[in-house]
Design a protein around this ligand. Structure first.
Ligand code: ZN
Length: 291
């Protein structure tokens, strides 16, 4: 979601999360650490629900069956592989309640030229397959089937109109080399203009913590060492995709494409499958905990 000018000129600023300094502090209280004490099967304990233990997602959801039948998941692959041919269209400003922001951005890339937009689309398709195998109805906000975008307000609207049970926006970051790891961005409580996240902050945090836990388990990677104080969680009120959502929604930044080690991971199809597994497992755990 980075401003392309920032990608080029400000190597020390995370291009996907340029405003993280503002909201990073807000995420600190959310840091309840990783869950080494998570029961292996919370599903076997009917009285335990995420609303009671918000960070204790089941670490091993069932991998078979169609337990997500009837559930609707929207996956939002960040950016668009051909946004760079439509710079005028994506520069159009849209209202996100707290500000007016670009319709969409080109995203970042590895130093070898693997674009974030290709990564996000590939991983989202892999997640879709995994969730469909579990019976979920899955919709992508774009499937490589449109010239640019959609704009961030439309991305939010797609989730809202689908009455999605969960929405995950898939990204990878573009920060300085040495900055590594994944983090999940949760919606801040925002109520201004067209933005109103008050009803989704709590369920989105449950979704986000489940995603964080399972992504780490599936990929073997660690939470970000540069955002979120080691919690793997950030909270932001400046993202249109979150501000305009009326259904539980989070972003995941799967790694830092500008770091050589993280770049090697995101460039590997085998690792992308692990990333997709983690995202699918996190969504599944969240949906089962509330189901
Ligand atoms: Zn992005």
């Amino acid at each position: 979601m980075g401003n392309p000018a920032v990608v080029v000129t400000a190597a020390l600023v995370p291009t996907c999360t340029a405003a993280w300094l503002v909201w990073g502090a807000a995420s600190a209280p959310a840091d309840q650490g990783r869950n080494s004490d998570v029961p292996q099967s919370v599903a076997a304990l009917p009285s335990v629900r995420p609303s009671v233990h918000p960070t204790k997602a089941p670490s091993r959801p069932p991998r078979t069956g169609r337990q997500l039948a009837g559930r609707v998941v929207v996956l939002d692959p960040g950016h668009n592989p051909t946004n760079n041919r439509h710079t005028t269209e994506i520069a159009r400003k849209v209202d996100i309640g707290t500000a007016r922001k670009e319709c969409d951005t080109t995203g970042t890339a590895t130093n070898a030229g693997y674009p974030e937009a290709s990564y996000t689309l590939d991983v989202s398709r892999r997640v879709r397959k995994l969730l469909q195998d579990r019976g979920a109805t899955v919709k992508l906000t774009q499937d490589g089937d449109r010239p640019y975008g959609p704009c961030i307000d439309e991305r939010a609207r797609i989730g809202n109109n689908a009455k999605a049970d969960a929405v995950v926006s898939v990204h990878a970051d573009g920060s300085a080399a040495g900055n590594r790891g994944y983090h999940v961005i949760l919606p801040a409580s925002v109520h201004k203009g067209v933005a109103d996240t008050r009803a989704i902050t709590k369920p989105s945090r449950l979704l986000g913590t489940a995603l964080r836990d399972h992504f780490g388990d599936a990929t073997g990677t660690k939470p970000s060492n540069y955002i979120g104080g080691g919690s793997g969680l950030d909270v932001r009120g400046d993202l249109g995709g979150l501000n305009l959502s009326r259904v539980p929604k989070v972003f995941i930044e799967c790694g830092n494409m500008r770091d050589p080690k993280d770049a090697a991971l995101v460039s590997s199809a085998a690792w992308r499958q692990k990333a997709a597994q983690g995202i699918a497992d996190g969504i599944t755990a969240y949906l089962e905990g509330r189901g």
